[in-house]
Ligand binder design. Structure first.
Ligand code: GLV
Ligand code: GLV
Length: 355
């Protein structure tokens, strides 16, 4: 191969490798056993000739790494993730490195996990599972693991981009929930969907569903029964959910986070979970991954999973393929997926999906 492309992790499937190899690339996959590579580890991988890198969200792609990549002749970097808060895009551009991410292929997979966590929290599935396995079930009881009925309740979506909108549609159509959403951008497609579904229910003689675009995030926090967070992580969304916003929510609300850990003040959340046993939470992401803040692991009203929202086979192979195409497109000078230097400033349904 004429070009040297590095992947900092083995990735699912072989399509991404074949795509690169067919186009003059030699692919080197780092098989280092430790999960999170340091900046120094990656500098060593890059060496003195490297045309492009596929990296992971656990890595700190800042000035140091882009300088090293540029010195090695590199022009392209793709995160194997839609989120890119681990990437300093300005630094990359300064060194002439294009940056790509992998939107689109993980929309439904991630929304499905947010829906799973919503249901797991509402119906206390993990607690009930632990109870069964512990041999504590000694007969049906009217009050055993009573949870929340979603039908007719209101789902609140904060950040109605691709993933937030897909989640909203699942919850509205799947469970006949009303929708309140907050986003800087109006999501007319989502509004039309809920309107049409409400009409359908009415014509069926059923209670219709309603939607509302909130004028503030507080409005969502006050009114929703299930709240799912789908913003990007940046300075404006750091600790978006804090002590005050938690206090604004209903005492029996459910909070779901499949975005980025630091969107929630996790210390405040643990305290809130302690004070409000009927408040439940479903978390895929954490402030200090891979760690949880003290006390969270002991909370029965929390369901926690290890950042697996995009973890379906189809999606992970798709992410790997997109990441390879991003790098390849830049190296070969043809924009397969649009300009690989196309990290989006804001993920919203109104942003045209990649062609
Ligand atoms: C995963 O967290 C992603 O951003 O793709
Ligand atoms: C519960 O199992 C019921 O039959 O109501």
């Amino acid at each position: 191969g004429k070009y040297r492309v590095i992947s900092t992790k083995p990735m699912p499937g072989t399509r991404w490798i074949n795509l690169l190899v067919e186009q003059d690339c030699r692919v080197e996959i780092c098989t280092e056993k430790k999960t999170i590579l340091s900046v120094d580890d990656i500098i060593a991988l890059i060496g003195n000739k490297c045309d492009g890198v596929i990296g992971q969200l656990t890595e700190d792609w800042g000035d140091t790494l882009f300088a090293a990549l540029s010195r090695a002749g590199g022009k392209a970097f793709s995160n194997m993730a839609v989120g890119y808060n681990n990437v300093d895009v300005n630094a990359a551009n300064k060194y002439g490195v294009a940056v790509g991410n992998t939107p689109g292929v993980l929309t439904e997979t991630t929304a499905e996990l947010a829906a799973s966590l919503s249901l797991a929290a509402a119906r206390r599935i993990v607690e009930a599972d632990e109870f069964m396995r512990a041999g504590l079930y000694d007969g049906w009881l009217p009050h055993l693991f009573v949870g929340n009925l979603l039908k007719g309740q209101t789902v609140g979506v904060i950040g109605a981009g691709r993933i937030g909108s897909a989640y909203a549609r699942m919850m509205v159509e799947g469970f006949k929930m009303n929708l309140i959403y907050y986003d800087l951008y109006q999501s007319t497609r989502l509004e039309k969907f809920v309107t049409a579904y409400g009409e359908f229910l009415k014509s069926n003689g059923e209670q219709p569903v309603y939607w509302k675009r909130a004028s503030s995030m507080e409005e969502v926090l006050r009114e929703a029964d299930v709240i799912s967070l789908h913003p990007i992580l940046d300075k404006t969304t750091y600790h978006l959910i804090n002590k005050d916003s938690l206090a604004t929510m209903k005492k029996e609300a459910i909070l779901v986070n499949c975005s980025r850990g630091p969107v929630v003040d996790e210390v405040a959340l643990v305290e809130h979970l302690k004070q409000n046993p009927m408040f439940r939470v479903g978390l895929d992401v954490f402030e200090d991954e891979p760690f949880m803040k003290p006390g969270l692991a002991e909370m029965k009203n929390a369901v926690v999973v290890p950042h697996i929202a995009s973890a379906s086979k189809w999606t992970r192979e798709g992410m790997a393929t997109l990441a390879a195409l991003n790098v390849l497109g830049k190296i070969k000078g043809y924009p397969i997926w649009g300009d690989p230097n196309r990290v989006e400033p804001f993920l919203n349904e109104n942003t045209p999906p990649p062609a």
